[in-house]
Design a binder for this molecule. Structure first.
Ligand SMILES: [Zn+2]
Length: 503
C-alpha cells in the first residue's frame, strides 16, 4: 500500500504546506527565468527538502508553467510525478559516497538533457560524501554546463566544505510549526474520510517534532491500528495507545535519579527513552503518575528515602514541562530544562530561578497531580469526632442530610467553589454558624472568602430560610504542613485545577 507520506506529497508549489519564503523565492526565480545552477537545501528531516527539489525540477522543465508553477498536466510533469523522467537524477549520498560515483556523474553531466530543458541532479544527504568525492563535485560546480542544475540536500550543512557552499544558493528549511502540520493532517484526514478529535490530532502533531514525515507516519500507524469506523471519531485514547508507553522500569529509574539529583544520569535515561520513539507526553505523564504514588506513600505512611519538598519540586517542574511541551517546537527541551532545574542545588541558583519565575507564576497551573494526590489521601477525615449542638435554630442532622443538595445548588453559582465545599465535612452548628472541617488551609481560604460566604448564605436562605454562615477548621496533620504551605501559596491555581477535576 502506498504510504500517506507518498500519497500526499505536494506536487506543485501551491500544495506545499509551510516553507513559504523558500517556495516564493524559488517560484519567482523560475517565472523570472533566473534559475541558478547549484542549490543547497539544508534542514532537519521531514521538512520538505526533496519534495521541493522535485517540484523545482518539474517547474524548470515544464513548458506550460504558470508564474513558475508546474502545470501537472504535460508529459514532463507527469513523468516527474511518476518518477520516470530521465533528466531528473536522484542520488543518495549516504549509500554512494565515494569518488567513483561522482566521477561517473561528471562524465554524464556533459550530455544534453534527454527530454527536458534541464538535467537536474538531486543529491540527498550530501554531507556524507568523502573528501575526494567533494573535490570532484567541486570541479563540476566551478564550471557547470548551462543545462545542469544541482540541488544538494542535507540535514547537516555544517559538514559540507565551505568551498562547496560558496558555489551554491543556500535555502534553509525549518521545522514546521504546529499549525502548519495540523493543517496538513486535517487535509489528509478529509481526503481519507476519517475523523479525529482535535485533541487526538494535536497529540500526533506534538509527537512529530516539526517533521511532516513523522506526523504522517504516526497518523498512518494510528489508522492502521484503529481502522476507520463510520460515524465515529478517533480520540485521544486511541492515539496514545499507539504512541507507545515507556517501560515502567525506565520511569522508576528516571524519577529515582531525579530524587537523587543526578543530572547526567537523568538526562541519559531520558535520551534513551525519547530515542526509542516513546511519546514524550506519555513519558511525562507516567513519571508524574509514579511521583504521585511516591507522594501518597510519603505523606500517608512516611515512606521513601527523600525529602518531601524535593519530591514536590520534581512534580512541579515536570508538570510545568508538560505545559511547556504544548508550546514548544523542540519537544525534548522542556524536559531537559526540568531535569537540570530539579537537579540543581537549592542554593542561590534556586532563588534566582524563583525570582525569574515570580512574574509568570500566577499564570501557571499548579500541578493537577499534587491536588489530586491530596484529595485522594485515604481516611484523613474519618477519625474526627463529631459534636452535636442543639441550641441553634437548625441542627446538624438537617444540614448533613441536605449537604449534597447544598453542594449541587452551588454549582451554577460557581463550580470551583462547589469543589471546595465538597471536601468539607459539617461537624457542628454554633448559633448561626456552621463549622466545617476541611483538609487544608486553602480550602478554608476559599470557603471563607466573601464569594464563598455570599453563595453559602444565599443557598441556606433558600433551603432553611436562615442566613447561615460558615467557618472552617483545618485538620491538616503535622506531616502535611509542607504540602499545605505549598498549596496555600498557590491557591488561586489550585482553584483552577480543582475546577477541572469536577468537570
Ligand atoms: Zn507541466
Amino acid at each position: 500500500m502506498e504510504t500517506l507520506y507518498r500519497k500526499y506529497r505536494s506536487q506543485d508549489f501551491n500544495q506545499v504546506f509551510g516553507q513559504k519564503s523558500n517556495v516564493m523565492i524559488l517560484q519567482k526565480q523560475i517565472s523570472d527565468g533566473r534559475v541558478g545552477h547549484a542549490y543547497i537545501f539544508a534542514g532537519p528531516r521531514g521538512t520538505g527538502k526533496t519534495t521541493l527539489a522535485r517540484i523545482f525540477s518539474k517547474a524548470v522543465n515544464c513548458s506550460n508553467n504558470k508564474n513558475g508553477n508546474p502545470c501537472l498536466k504535460c508529459s514532463t510533469c507527469k513523468a516527474i510525478s511518476q518518477g520516470r523522467f530521465l533528466d531528473l537524477i536522484e542520488i543518495d549520498a549516504a549509500s554512494n559516497r565515494g569518488i567513483e560515483e561522482i566521477r561517473k556523474l561528471r562524465e554524464r553531466v556533459n550530455f544534453s538533457p534527454a527530454e527536458g530543458k534541464y538535467k537536474v541532479y538531486i543529491i540527498d544527504e550530501v554531507h556524507m560524501l568523502t573528501n575526494d568525492a567533494f573535490n570532484a563535485l567541486l570541479k563540476t560546480l566551478e564550471e557547470p554546463p548551462s543545462h545542469v542544475i544541482f540541488i544538494l540536500a542535507t540535514t547537516e550543512a555544517h559538514k559540507i566544505p565551505q568551498t562547496i557552499i560558496s558555489r551554491c544558493q543556500r535555502f534553509n528549511f525549518n521545522l514546521a510549526d504546529d499549525k502548519t502540520i495540523l493543517a496538513k493532517l486535517k487535509y489528509i484526514c478529509k481526503e481519507e474520510g476519517v475523523e479525529f478529535t482535535d485533541e487526538a490530532l494535536m497529540t500526533i502533531v506534538k509527537n512529530s517534532g516539526g517533521s511532516f514525515r513523522d506526523s504522517e507516519s504516526i497518523l498512518e500507524k494510528v489508522l492502521g491500528a484503529v481502522g476507520v469506523v463510520k460515524d465515529s471519531k478517533i480520540d485521544l485514547e486511541d492515539v496514545e495507545d499507539i504512541l507507545g508507553l515507556a517501560e515502567e522500569k525506565e520511569v522508576i529509574k528516571m524519577v529515582d535519579n531525579l530524587l537523587k539529583k543526578n543530572t547526567s544520569k537523568s538526562l541519559k535515561i531520558f535520551d534513551g527513552v525519547a530515542s526509542q520513539g516513546v511519546s514524550i507526553f506519555q513519558f511525562l505523564r507516567q513519571s508524574l503518575e509514579y511521583c504521585r504514588e511516591l507522594l501518597i506513600q510519603k505523606v500517608s505512611y512516611k515512606r521513601g528515602d527523600f525529602k518531601l519538598q524535593h519530591l514536590l519540586k520534581v512534580i512541579v517542574e515536570l508538570s510545568d514541562a508538560e505545559n511547556r511541551l504544548k508550546h514548544t517546537q523542540v519537544a525534548r527541551l522542556p524536559i531537559e530544562v526540568a531535569i537540570v532545574r530539579i537537579c540543581s542545588d537549592d542554593g542561590k541558583d534556586e532563588s534566582a530561578i524563583q525570582a525569574a519565575d515570580a512574574e509568570d507564576s500566577k499564570k501557571k497551573k499548579f500541578p493537577e497531580l499534587v491536588t489530586q494526590a491530596i484529595t485522594q489521601i485515604p481516611g484523613k477525615l474519618k477519625t474526627v469526632k463529631r459534636e452535636r449542638n442543639d441550641i441553634t435554630a437548625i441542627d446538624l442532622a438537617t444540614i448533613e442530610k441536605k449537604w449534597p443538595l447544598i453542594i449541587e445548588k452551588m454549582i451554577p453559582f460557581n463550580h470551583h467553589l462547589s469543589a471546595f465545599f465538597r471536601k468539607a465535612i459539617p461537624i457542628k452548628v454554633e448559633r448561626e454558624i456552621l463549622i466545617l472541617q476541611v483538609p487544608f488551609r486553602f480550602h478554608k481560604q476559599r470557603i471563607e472568602s466573601p464569594k464563598g460566604r455570599e453563595v453559602f448564605e444565599k443557598i441556606s436562605q433558600d433551603l432553611f430560610s436562615l442566613s447561615l454562615k460558615c467557618s472552617c477548621e483545618v485538620v491538616c496533620r503535622e506531616k502535611e504542613e509542607d504540602l499545605d504551605n505549598v498549596i496555600g501559596e498557590n491557591s488561586d491555581v489550585v482553584l483552577e485545577v480543582l475546577g477541572d477535576i469536577i468537570e
